[in-house]
Write a protein that binds this ligand. Structure first.
Ligand SMILES: C[S@@+](CC[C@H](N)C(=O)[O-])C[C@H]1O[C@@H](n2cnc3c(N)ncnc32)[C@H](O)[C@@H]1O
Length: 527
């Protein structure tokens, strides 16, 4: 017993993998599919582009595979690993209901296992000053908080935001109508995270008036008396009407000395009441108020949207009803607090694409992942297409002054490279030619860069993938292409006897691996 407080659940020592049908299966941590990196296949591009890897990404597939690929495939890792400022997720709540577009009835421990695998990858994606926000309700919020303490460290907990979703309690509730959701917020490292203030509201500004036509503009009364001891803070004052006040209210001190009070008064910065007869107050001017307001943990629907607003926004764009879209103003609030323009925002339970739509309109870069191809086709892709085309007049379009632009790429998580037949691991049928070479590069952490006989590069080591048998003739030919100081890692589907020694003699430090066995073994150490 280490004495550390942890949450336990059935099969916690195992890994949980997507089963390809929208469900999950527990497997041993040593299973090759746990460490396997899936390729991300390029699909359509929508809107305008700068260069391929600078695109915003809409990824169809399971969030575990998608996040794993972003963290492990060098081309993506370079751009996303440790670089993501905000991850917001709105996973299935595990409420035990089956929604129309996805199955929410995961067994409790499966839900925790599913979340753990993804939160571990999310931690790798986050930048040192990044934060993760997890949207839940009472079904799992308490358990997820303990899970997140375990993964991110209890000291990195920032707050639980309460979103009051509706103002009309459900009269059919058995005991108490649950009218709010939780959003758990953790920093990657609380000492580096800095949140933005929210803009001031009209209500806050309306507390400032200008009853005396002060040329400095609207102001409000600030108290000049306080309880803190101040050695020069006890003296009588004479009001403009001529009344003498012995001193500040009993038990308090003037905050400024008599000299300072008379200087402020000469500048017209002291208020003596409407008739010049009250005790003095300091005039605090609206123009001198710095910063906005510190975000509060309770979010009201009048400010950040009602449940129905999310549904209306999606329906107005794609003409169909999505079960659980969040209002754009809710996401606007999260992004306002935790990001700046240009930051990367990730949502790996994308649904109808609210996070991406709002990120796009606010000038943030984004990656969104959604498991269901049907949801992407019916909601996410058409919605985001309208956003980039400037054809979405709803949501936060007006307040963010959005008029269209930018673009995104659609990617699909590729299938597994491995197939299990009994206890044996074989290569999948699709693993041939260039696709096989690309998949091997991804598994072994090589940048995929086809060049002559080579498929990839890592430092001074080249990767050569042989879709057949490696023998001494093949390795001699490969080695003849190496530059001085370069080595090669040859991966082949079959290896003729003695070839490994030939390779070592030709090129010291070069290696020969046989797929799939050696890939599986190396996968376990490449983590
Ligand atoms: C509560 S909804 C998200 C709604 C979203 N915030 C919006 O505003 O539209 C959860 C989504 O996660 C998707 N999902 C469930 N399991 C997933 C997984 N393992 N990987 C990726 N997406 C998943 C579901 O298909 C569903 O669309």
């Amino acid at each position: 017993m280490s004495g550390r407080l942890t949450l336990s659940w059935v099969n916690k020592d195992q890994a949980l993998l997507p089963d390809g049908d929208g469900g999950y299966e527990w497997v041993e941590r040593s299973d090759p599919r746990v460490t396997e990196v899936h390729l991300l296949h390029h699909g359509d591009r929508v809107g305008e582009f700068v260069d391929g890897l600078d695109d915003n990404l809409l990824i169809q597939g399971d969030s575990y595979h998608a996040l794993h690929s972003l963290v492990r495939i060098p081309e993506y890792a370079k751009r996303y690993r440790g670089k993501v400022k905000l991850v917001y997720i709105d996973p299935p709540f595990n409420t035990g209901q089956a929604f129309e577009h996805y199955d929410d009835a995961l067994e409790h421990s499966i839900w925790l296992g599913m979340m753990r695998e993804r939160l571990l990858l999310i931690r790798e994606l986050l930048s040192p000053d990044g934060s993760v926000w997890v949207h839940l309700d009472d079904a799992e919020a308490a358990y997820c908080r303990v899970l997140m303490d375990e993964i991110f460290g209890r000291s990195n907990f920032i707050a639980t935001a309460i979103w009051k979703r509706r103002n009309d309690p459900r009269n059919t509730a058995t005991h108490i109508s649950a009218d709010h959701d939780f959003i758990l917020c953790y920093a990657k490292n609380i000492s580096f995270s800095q949140f933005n203030h929210l803009p001031r509201t009209d209500a806050m500004d309306s507390a400032y008036t200008n009853t005396d036509n002060d040329p400095r503009g609207p102001w409000r009364r600030g108290d000049l008396a306080a309880r803190n001891y101040y050695s020069k803070g006890l003296y009588p004052v004479t009001t403009p009407s001529g009344r003498v006040i012995d001193g500040p209210p009993s038990g308090s001190y003037w905050r400024v000395s008599a000299e300072e009070l008379s200087r402020l008064n000469a500048e017209g910065r002291i208020y003596w009441g409407p008739n010049g007869d009250s005790r003095p107050y300091l005039k605090r001017y609206l123009t001198e108020v710095k910063g906005g307001r510190v975000p509060s943990s309770v979010w009201h629907p009048e400010e950040v949207g009602f449940v129905r607003n999310g549904k209306e926004e999606v329906r107005a764009l794609v003409g169909d009803v999505f079960a659980t879209p969040k209002p754009e103003r809710l996401m606007h609030r999260v992004l306002q607090i935790a990001t700046k323009p240009g930051d990367i925002v990730v949502d790996c339970f994308g649904g109808s694409g609210t996070t991406a739509a709002v990120a796009h309109k606010m000038g943030r870069r984004w990656v969104t992942v959604e498991l269901s191809a049907e949801t992407i086709a019916a909601f996410t892709k058409p919605r985001l297409g309208k956003v980039v085309a400037g054809a979405d007049a709803g949501g936060i379009t007006t307040e963010s002054e959005w008029s269209g632009g930018g673009g995104f790429r659609v990617l699909t998580v590729g299938p597994s490279l491995f197939e299990r037949v009994g206890s044996r691991v074989l290569l999948a049928d699709w693993a041939k030619g260039a696709e096989f070479a690309q998949a091997v590069a991804a598994q072994l952490g090589f940048l995929y860069e086809p060049d002559g006989p080579f498929a990839g590069l890592k430092g001074r080591t080249r990767l050569a993938v042989v879709d057949g048998t490696a023998d001494d003739v093949v390795v001699q030919s490969i080695v003849s292409y190496l530059e001085d100081n370069e080595r090669v890692m040859v991966v082949a589907k079959a290896v003729a006897p003695g070839t490994e020694q030939v390779l070592r003699q030709l090129s010291m430090g070069s290696q020969l691996l046989k797929a799939p066995g050696d890939l599986v073994r190396r996968g376990k150490v490449v983590r």
